[in-house]
Design a protein around this ligand. Structure first.
Ligand code: EPU
Length: 419
């Protein structure tokens, strides 16, 4: 069994390069199949979610070429086939094949997606939107069959500004007849990245980044290229690490506006952050101040950084309040932080946690219960005295590119061991 082993409490200095955003790349790859020719995607992160999507493309008979972070996808031989459960359940984003295949073939058959166990995560809004575009949805256990004689533009209001539903409906509507309006659309930067890619292919999408997106259906999508935007959650994770342990820790390749909510909170905690073009330079604060955090949809504080920042709150001088509003079950890390010596009182019914700091963290055996809980454990291990061993590291490797090498390069004592 592979574990991440960290000997903590080391100052970190040097430069960490941020890779392409996981949550963009995992939508851009399925979006690529809408193209009728060939696409090139640059800055693709080297994470296991990427590989899971490439396996689905291979299953659909797509020819792909991956050289480092460059991915070429040729769509000529694409075949619309049932996506089996052992491929769909490897990650959440397999659900983007629903919108993309439905759009292209008016028919898709696949199993329910996987992903982190952080709540119920239904896809009712995706399905309701497909139906509004004229599709029929049949559910048989975990198997979804979605078909349409014709997809017609519609006005779709989302009850929740869901990232997944916004992207999936954009994919489904891009070749539909007429105009689709998605209102109360999510505004996350990854959605803009996907719309730019589709527009580069000849789609007609406007309003992305606002809560009303307009899609005018087109018949043909030609070849296109796109760069995956920098991963704001990876950057945020390293910024939090810098706030705890950094000495002029440079985080390179960031879009600062995507990180505003986090950077504002770190500054409130007393962390020194300098920004230069595309770079953040972070120094740990002597006395971290406690703060209150509530996760929200973009541009609010991202739920994906809620778990990582809880670890930092254990080092603040006093009581911090944390509230998660997007998912019901994002507290898997708390038990293990407390095992390491933190003083966190979580109320899962109200999705709130009171963090009393500062507490000394001591290395011990912990578990990455999901991707961002895993990041919270890595941060805790880096701060702690002694040795931390993290189990279930597959969750971490799904979403953090070369995390071991990146942290080693700035002075961390971290490695993967077969235990
Ligand atoms: N929701 C519904 N019905 C739906 C869709 C969503 O009730 O049909 C609920 C969800 O259960 C959740 C909330 O709406 O409570 C928000 O879900 P959303 O659809 O926005 O999330 P997602 O598309 O499933 C993506 C990211 C997540 C990230 C969220 C929010 C991908 C593959 N995943 O998930 O990333 O937390 O948006 O920003 O893009 C992560 O990277 O660790 C991660 C979980």
């Amino acid at each position: 069994m592979k574990k991440i082993v960290i000997d903590g409490n080391k100052e970190l200095t040097g430069t960490i390069n941020i890779c392409g955003a996981k949550n963009s790349a995992v939508a851009l790859i399925p979006a690529a199949i809408l193209c009728d020719e060939e696409v090139k995607i640059y800055n693709v992160p080297n994470i296991s979610d990427r590989d899971a999507l490439l396996n689905i493309l291979e299953h659909l008979n797509c020819k792909t070429e991956l050289i480092d972070d460059y991915l070429r996808i040729n769509l000529e031989g694409l075949e619309n086939k049932l996506i089996p459960e052992d491929l769909s359940n490897k990650l959440r984003a397999s659900y983007y094949f629903m919108g993309a295949l439905l759009s292209k073939y008016k028919f898709v058959e696949m199993y329910f997606p996987g992903g982190c166990n952080i709540g119920a995560r239904p896809i009712n809004l995706h399905l309701k939107g497909f139906e509004m575009l004229g599709a029929k949805v049949t559910i048989d256990g975990n198997k979804y069959t979605i078909s349409a004689d014709e997809l017609k533009g519609a006005r779709i209001y989302l009850d929740i500004a869901s990232v997944g539903a916004t992207v999936n409906l954009m994919l489904a509507a891009v070749k539909a007849k007429g105009i689709t309006i998605i209102s109360n659309a999510a505004r996350e930067p990854e959605i803009t990245n996907v719309a730019t890619f589709l527009n580069n292919m000849g789609a007609k999408i406007t309003g992305v980044g606002t809560s009303e997106i307009k899609i005018e259906g087109v018949e043909y999508l030609h070849k296109a290229i796109i760069d995956v935007i920098p991963d704001r959650i990876e950057a945020g994770t390293y910024a939090i690490i810098g706030a705890a342990l950094g000495r002029d820790l440079v985080i390179n390749n960031v879009i600062e506006e995507h990180l505003e909510a986090l950077l504002s909170k770190l500054k409130d905690m007393g962390v020194s952050i300098k920004s230069e073009k595309g770079k953040l330079i972070i120094n740990k604060a002597k006395n971290l101040k406690p703060i209150n955090i509530k996760t929200l949809v973009f541009p609010g504080f991202p739920t994906d950084l809620g778990q990582p920042i809880t670890t930092l709150l254990t080092q603040a001088q006093g009581m911090s309040l944390f509230e998660e509003t997007i998912y019901e079950n994002r507290f898997g890390h708390i038990k293990y932080l407390n095992k390491m010596g933190a003083n966190i009182n979580a109320n899962t019914a109200s999705s709130t946690a009171i963090v009393m700091g500062p507490t000394k963290l001591k290395g011990c055996d912990v578990v990455a219960t999901d991707l961002r809980a895993g990041a919270a454990m890595v941060i805790a291990g880096l701060i702690a005295e002694g040795t931390t061993r993290i189990d279930e590291i597959k969750h971490i490797l799904r979403g953090y590119e070369n995390i071991i090498e990146k942290l080693q390069s700035v002075g961390a004592n971290i490695r993967i061991e077969e235990i």
